[in-house]
Unconditional design. Sequence first.
Length: 218
Amino acid sequence: MNQDQLKALVGQAAVQHVVPGSVVGVGTGSTVNHFIDALAAIKDRIAGAVSSSERSTERLKAHGIPVLDTSTVQGIPVYVDGADEIDHQGFMIKGGGAALTREKIVADLAERFICIADESKLVDVLGNFPLPVEVIGMAAAQVARRFKALGGEASIRPGVLTDNGNPILDVRGLRITDPLAMETEVNQWPGVVTVGIFARHKAQVCLLGTAEGVKTLS
Ligand code: 5RP
């Protein structure tokens, strides 16, 4: 199976974790696109979705799945999203698709984060994938200097603004041995909108697509 087939496998498997009658939290990315397509088959059994990006909203609506404003939703049982890296504790790097801020907002509404990923995303230590950080533009240079002091090399992602109109810094060369501590630290820096470490909002379950089928890590 190629990588996209593994993504399709876990996207379809995640539908079994959807709570009937509930509002479903929907992430962003190529793996989630498979989940959205599979969700369409049970759209009459859910109350709708809250979405983490304009792209996912568009795809959900194209399937006739109602997309609710997050401000009208007090909580959701399940949020389904992909990851750029996930470790064995469920800590993740996210934001490769530049949707990290809205992803964290929707994840914060959820009781359970179900991560769907192909097996290439599972790592022992986070940091091989460049860490995405959404910043206010005028803070970018100072945030980059702060990362340099931690051994990271930050550069602006060319030609990309988030759905919130902000640039993304991609930080290479970090070895994130304590994701909770680094997320807490970077969150304090002025001008950081969202750091792509999902440790406080880690995955409770990971559906991992492997050549042998879907493995559930929890
Ligand atoms: C978007 C994300 C995605 O979940 C992450 O980039 C994984 O994407 P894909 O499913 O396309 O591999 O964090 O901001």
